[in-house]
Design a protein around this ligand. Structure first.
Ligand SMILES: NC(=O)c1ccc[n+]([C@@H]2O[C@H](COP(=O)([O-])OP(=O)(O)OC[C@H]3O[C@@H](n4cnc5c(N)ncnc54)[C@H](O)[C@@H]3O)[C@@H](O)[C@H]2O)c1
Length: 251
C-alpha cells in the first residue's frame, strides 16, 4: 500500500474528484479527513470509506473561512492525528459571465473559495506537517490556469493564483521536507462539469476541441495523479503544476 499509516486531509471530498481520491487514498492505507461545506456529503464519503474497511471522519468546513479552515485541521489532528497529506481540492465553477457582466461579489466568491481556500488550507495545516517531519500538499488548479476561458475570468485568475502560491509554498517549506504541487485537470466527468453543461451532454465536436483523446476524463484519472504526488513515488517532485488534460492544452 502506497499510503500506509498516513493521514490525509482532503477538501471538497463530498463529491467528484475529491470523493474518488478519498476512497482511493483510503484503499492505499491512509486515514482520511473528508472535508466539505456539504456536511451530509462529507459524512457520506467517510461512511463509504468505513464500509470498505478504512478509517475516516467527515467534517463540515467552508474552506474560504479562516476559522473553518483552522477547525477542519484541528478536528483532523484531534481525531486522526497530524496530517501527512493535504489535498486542497474544494472549488466552485462560479457564474459564466463576461468581465463586464460579472458582479463584484461573484468575482470575490470564486477567488475566496478557489484561491484563498487553498492558501488557508496550507496556512493552517503546514505547522502540523512540520511537526510531523514533512509531507505532501496537493493543490487543485486547472487548465484554466494555463489557457484563457471565455466567461471565466475569476476562475482562471484563481487557478493561476493556485499555481503561483504552490510555487511559493514549495520554496518556503521545502526545508521542512514538505513537497507542494498542483494538478491541472482538463475536463473531468464530475457533477461540476454536468452543471456547466446544464445537465446536457457534450457534442463530439466539443469534446474533440477540449481533448485530443476525444473523450472527457474520469475522476479516477486525476485521483491517480494525486496519489502519485501524495506518495513517496513523487519524492523529488515539488513546486510544479502537473497537467492531466487529455491533451487540451497541446493545441
Ligand atoms: N471537473 C472538472 O472538469 C475540473 C477541471 C479542472 C479543475 N477542477 C477543479 O477540481 C476541483 C474539484 O472539482 P469537481 O469537478 O470534483 O467538483 P464537484 O462540484 O463535484 O466537487 C466539489 C466539492 O467541493 C465542495 N465545496 C464547494 N465549495 C466549498 C467550500 N467553500 N468549502 C468546502 N467545500 C466546498 C462541494 O460541496 C463539492 O462537494 C475543483 O477545485 C475544481 O475547480 C475541475
Amino acid at each position: 500500500m502506497k499510503l500506509a499509516n498516513k493521514i490525509a486531509l482532503i477538501t471538497g471530498a463530498g463529491s467528484g474528484m475529491g470523493r474518488v481520491a478519498a476512497l482511493m487514498f483510503a484503499k492505499e492505507g491512509a486515514r482520511i479527513a473528508a472535508i466539505d461545506i456539504d456536511e451530509k456529503a462529507a459524512l457520506e464519503t467517510a461512511r463509504m470509506i468505513e464500509a470498505a474497511g478504512g478509517k475516516a471522519i467527515g467534517v463540515k468546513a467552508d474552506v474560504s473561512k479562516s476559522a473553518d479552515a483552522q477547525a477542519m485541521v484541528a478536528a483532523t489532528v484531534d481525531q486522526l492525528g497530524a496530517p501527512h497529506i493535504v489535498y486542497n481540492n474544494a472549488g466552485i465553477e462560479g457564474k459564466a459571465e463576461s468581465i463586464v457582466q460579472m458582479a463584484d461579489e461573484d468575482f470575490d466568491r470564486v477567488i475566496a473559495i478557489n484561491l484563498r481556500g487553498v492558501w488557508l488550507g496550507m496556512k493552517h495545516a503546514i505547522p502540523h506537517m512540520i511537526k510531523n517531519g514533512g509531507g505532501s500538499i496537493i493543490n487543485t488548479a486547472s487548465i484554466a490556469a494555463l489557457v484563457g476561458l471565455r466567461n471565466s475570468s475569476a476562475y482562471c485568475a484563481a487557478k493561476a493564483g493556485v499555481i503561483a502560491i504552490t510555487r511559493v509554498a514549495a520554496l518556503e517549506y521545502g526545508r521542512y521536507n514538505i513537497r507542494v504541487n498542483a494538478i491541472c485537470p482538463g475536463a473531468i466527468d464530475t457533477p461540476m462539469v454536468s452543471r456547466i453543461q446544464g445537465g446536457g451532454t457534450m457534442s463530439d465536436r466539443a469534446i474533440h476541441r477540449i481533448s485530443t483523446l476525444g473523450r472527457i476524463g474520469k475522476p479516477e484519472e486525476i485521483a491517480k495523479m494525486a496519489l502519485f504526488l501524495a506518495s513517496d513515488d513523487a519524492s523529488f517532485a515539488t513546486g510544479a503544476p502537473f497537467i492531466v488534460d487529455g491533451g487540451w492544452t497541446v493545441s
